[in-house]
Write a protein that binds this ligand. Structure first.
Ligand SMILES: [Mg+2]
Length: 96
């Protein structure tokens, strides 16, 4: 089975049922997959709450800073197999 890299959104996704997504992250990780969190937020002004909630759960947290997520992750050579996102247009579109 292919080991997947799963990009989970925060606002409107993880936030909507943190217990559900915590269980998902734990299950996916136990199955050998990798889960990262990628969101449109700015790290410096909007990141503390996210880090407090997700540090130690997901492999890494990425703050796209209102840029489209696919490029934001691409600059780190990170290319998710699966995106979980309530507003998937932000994967491809900038918000500024
Ligand atoms: Mg969202």
């Amino acid at each position: 089975m292919k080991k997947l890299l799963i990009a989970l959104d925060y606002d409107g996704t993880y936030t909507e049922d943190t217990k559900l997504w915590d269980a998902f992250i734990a299950l996916a990780t136990r199955a050998g997959h990798r889960v990262i969190c990628c969101m449109m937020r700015y790290e410096d002004t909007e990141g503390d709450e996210v880090k407090d909630l997700l540090r130690g759960k997901v492999e890494r947290i990425f703050f796209a800073g209102r840029k489209n997520k696919i490029e934001a992750l691409g600059t780190h050579e990170i290319f998710p197999d699966i995106w979980i996102d309530d507003a998937p247009h932000w994967i491809f579109d900038d918000a500024i």
